[in-house]
Design a protein around this ligand. Sequence first.
Ligand SMILES: Nc1nc2c(ncn2[C@@H]2O[C@H](COP(=O)(O)OP(=O)(O)OP(=O)(O)O)[C@@H](O)[C@H]2O)c(=O)[nH]1
Ligand SMILES: *[C@@H]1O[C@H](CO)[C@@H](O)[C@H](O)[C@H]1NC(C)=O
Ligand SMILES: CC(=O)N[C@H]1CO[C@H](CO)[C@@H](O)[C@@H]1O
Ligand SMILES: [Mg+2]
Length: 193
Amino acid sequence: MVKLRARCILVGDAAVGKSALSQMFCSDGSHFQKNYTMTAGVELLVKSMSIPETNDSVELYIFDTAGRETFAETCEKMWGQPSVVCVVFEISSLDSFNSCSRWLERVRAHCNGLQLPGVLVGNKSDLASRREVETAVAQEWAREQGLQYHETSAKEMENCDAPFLSLAQAFHAMYQDRRQIIQRLSWDPTDHQ
Ligand SMILES: Nc1nc2c(ncn2[C@@H]2O[C@H](COP(=O)(O)OP(=O)(O)OP(=O)(O)O)[C@@H](O)[C@H]2O)c(=O)[nH]1
Ligand SMILES: *[C@@H]1O[C@H](CO)[C@@H](O)[C@H](O)[C@H]1NC(C)=O
Ligand SMILES: CC(=O)N[C@H]1CO[C@H](CO)[C@@H](O)[C@@H]1O
Ligand SMILES: [Mg+2]
């Protein structure tokens, strides 16, 4: 039984629904903020996830950061070293999708060249009639960037757990891989081959 802790950096343009998404997730769907309250710095949310088919868990420390450019630089100083990244855009805003590469670069600049698990989240899937970003386009870009793609609606409470579960699982898988490598490299004194 292993308990891991991961720092999850949540980035994306202002008002795409980062805070709504993380609050829905952490409150198990009981808290959707209808009125927009801009995040001015970094809000820290914590939730523990059990990893299916194991006895292990990953505690996600979600850094919900400000999308407004004026705050972004200060936020960066508060992240530290990210473990996983979640980039959010809004399916009804092409601009917010186009910003994703910039947000991702920004987080990756803190990763010392390490390839981190990440997800791309298309938020507000309930606004389908105003869709500006096709699922296939978002999916293709995510694949190129090595990110898993999820569409969610914080408002309709749809799929809010999926991106975070996928991050926790990817982080756990990374731990398992490394552990197996070390086990294989370890010398076993009872093995006289
Ligand atoms: N229709 C719809 N509205 C949403 C959804 N998610 C969030 N919103 C609304 O979008 C607005 C902005 O959401 P926030 O979560 O505060 O946005 P943010 O990304 O945290 O913004 P910053 O903190 O400024 O970076 C709020 O009014 C939310 O109620 C969704 O899935 N569907
Ligand atoms: C989880 O723990 C239970 C009880 O200790 C054990 O029986 C089971 O084999 C464990 N499962 C895994 C996947 O390690
Ligand atoms: C950036 C942007 O277009 N935000 C929109 C997200 O969705 C909310 C709710 O539908 C709109 O009020 C925002 O303008
Ligand atoms: Mg916010």
